[in-house]
Design a protein around this ligand. Structure first.
Ligand code: FAD
Length: 312
């Protein structure tokens, strides 16, 4: 019987592992399908984690996190989980090989992934001019012109955010109207640094060994092609949270989720199911930043410790 199972070994899961083991929980197992580290290990640079002055790659940045956890006794099981369910007071964790592990409490920290638009050049320049996070990468384009693709709340909010440091933001969307809050649309329309480019799609992202140099856009009404010389494009066409493993045999979800399938939590990272906590990008209203995911993980672990003590 595992005391605390942590599903997902990104910043949220690893912080949870650190706080849980240091907090005295004996049998803490981290289930991670790959190498621990999470999404950030795919980033070539991170420079906004407090206290870390150097700009380093996501892989280098996350390496000491696991070492630190393992020093305090966190156990790592490399396996992909396919379902979490609860039977009485005990959680059952099924992996893709069919093995079932049992745990008294679970911290769910499986993160998510930004959707790709499927544009020519997108994969080639991913992380080298193609970004999905203005908070993370906007500063790299200080005083430069950038493109933003998307027409929802996130795209518009991020476009406005980018105008704080960029010279100009081209906001490209395939429809003339945006699917965002009316006030956000107003902010975009009134912002002199944003040029709205509609109804248009991005046909191709171009560049060379140093990264993106331009995007080719097509007006879908006239068919006209135009090349915008920008060193960066931010793509906001949706985000998938990894919550499918909460789906039960009858199709219901183990705990309450919102319309985007993000897990509903309170400020203590408690879900609607007792003993189940969620942390990081997988939870509702996550700022999708490493520092926030780490904070969530610590909060969830402290709550899990109290839960396990009360359950004794
Ligand atoms: C390219 C890029 C650049 C970024 N740059 C920055 C930045 O500069 N600064 C910043 O603060 N943030 C940045 N972010 C955001 C940051 O990476 C995330 O906010 C953070 O990683 C979220 O942590 P998490 O632990 O919640 O989830 P994740 O990092 O997504 O970790 C979840 C883990 O769960 C595992 N997992 C998922 N499903 C299963 C399963 N079924 N079984 C077992 N394991 C599973 C995954 O393999 C993964 O390791 C960036 C993100 C990307 C993609």
């Amino acid at each position: 019987m595992i005391d605390l199972a942590i599903i997902g070994g990104g910043p949220a899961g690893l912080s949870a592992g650190l706080y849980a083991t240091r907090g005295g929980i004996k049998n803490v197992v981290l289930f991670e399908k790959g190498m621990p580290g999470g999404q950030i290990t795919g980033s070539s640079e991170i420079e906004n984690y407090p206290g870390v002055k150097e700009v380093i790659s996501g892989l280098e940045f996350m390496e000491p996190w696991q070492e630190q956890c393992f020093r305090f006794g966190l156990q790592h099981e490399m396996s992909e989980i396919s379902r979490i369910s609860k039977s009485g007071e005990i959680f059952e964790i099924l992996d893709t090989s069919g093995k079932v592990s049992q745990a008294k409490a679970v911290i769910f920290a499986t993160g998510g992934r930004p959707k790709r638009a499927g544009i020519k050049g997108e994969s080639e320049f991913w992380g080298r001019g193609v970004s999905t996070c203005a908070t993370c990468d906007g500063f790299f384009y200080k005083d430069k012109e950038v493109a933003v693709l998307g027409g929802g709340d996130t795209a518009l909010e991020e476009a406005v955010y980018l105008t704080r440091m960029c010279k100009k933001v081209y906001l490209i969307h395939r429809r003339d109207g945006f699917r965002a809050a009316p006030t956000t649309i107003e902010h975009v329309k009134n912002n002199p640094k944003i040029q709205i480019v509609t109804p248009s799609i991005v046909e191709e992202i171009r560049g060379d060994s140093s990264g993106v140099s331009s995007v080719v856009i097509k007006n879908i009404q006239s068919g006209e092609l135009r090349e915008l010389a920008v060193p960066g494009i931010f793509i906001f066409v949706g985000y998938d949270v990894n919550t499918q493993i909460l789906t039960q045999e009858d199709g219901s979800m183990l705990c309450e989720c919102d319309e985007y399938k993000s897990v509903k939590v309170d400020l203590s990272m408690r879900t609607s199911v007792s003993g189940l906590f969620a942390a990081g990008d997988v939870r509702i209203q996550a700022p999708k930043q490493v520092v926030c995911a780490a904070g969530d993980g610590a909060t969830a672990a402290l709550q899990a410790i109290s839960y396990l003590e009360q359950a004794k």
